[in-house]
Design a protein around this ligand. Structure first.
Ligand SMILES: NC(=O)c1ccc[n+]([C@@H]2O[C@H](COP(=O)([O-])OP(=O)(O)OC[C@H]3O[C@@H](n4cnc5c(N)ncnc54)[C@H](OP(=O)(O)O)[C@@H]3O)[C@@H](O)[C@H]2O)c1
Length: 185
């Protein structure tokens, strides 16, 4: 399976990535994202622009480029948002960018209905270290975050579901999936 490394904040790199896409593709998950744990009044223009570039413009660019390969395979695509899309104090730019992803996914789910299945999948806080890297001081909450492996497998499962473009990945959902898997194996 070939892979390509690309800086998604770089339009030229994104364009090369789209040009390298195969003619048909049955599944795509757009997961790259970044953000800062910072009040709006402490934000910096260039860093706000970078978050919007990676979280919003790159997703628009890539979904545009992925249409032909995905439609050729009647494929499925997931855009990874966040529960922060509802609005979160000290994460206004990140929250806004994730709300934009939800709007993009909803629009494409309607526009591409019957051709490509589109999902907006919104994880809750997950123990990948992103929270601390984004500037939030570590505290007790970090110890009860969702496990990355459980979130990843839930994303894969949700991408295969029919009906409804939006899903939230939370403890109740992960527990239900785990119990259902156990009862069928
Ligand atoms: N962790 C959470 O609590 C949480 C909660 C809800 C939603 N999410 C979302 O889940 C997704 C994955 O986050 P994570 O928790 O796994 O965070 P992470 O460990 O910081 O991973 C972020 C990913 O985005 C990639 N990325 C960032 N900027 C990029 C750029 N300019 N070009 C290419 N790739 C870039 C990173 O690539 P490199 O490793 O190469 O830098 C990395 O693979 C993100 O969309 C995030 O917003 C996370």
């Amino acid at each position: 399976m070939p892979y390509h490394v690309a800086d998604l904040a770089d339009v030229a790199a994104r364009t090369r990535l789209v040009e390298a896409l195969p003619a048909t593709l049955d599944r795509a998950i757009l997961c790259a994202g970044k953000g800062h744990y910072r009040a709006l009044t402490e934000e910096v223009d260039s860093e706000m622009a970078d978050v919007v570039e990676v979280n919003v413009r790159a997703n628009i660019h890539l979904t545009h480029g992925l249409y032909q390969p995905l439609v050729a395979a009647s494929g499925r695509i997931a855009l990874v948002g966040s529960v922060a899309r509802k609005g979160a104090s000290t994460m206004p730019i990140y929250s806004a960018s994730k709300a934009a992803i939800d709007g993009l996914a909803r629009s494409l789910a309607l526009e591409w209905q019957g051709r490509i299945t589109v999902k907006a999948l919104h994880p809750g806080p997950t123990a990948t270290g992103m929270s601390v890297r984004s500037g939030r001081p570590a505290d007790f909450f970090d110890r009860i975050m969702l496990k990355p492996e459980a979130v990843a497998s839930t994303i894969l499962a949700m991408l295969e579901e029919n009906g409804g473009y939006r899903r939230t990945i939370s403890y109740p959902r992960i527990l239900t999936d785990t119990l259902l898997r156990r009862s069928t194996t």
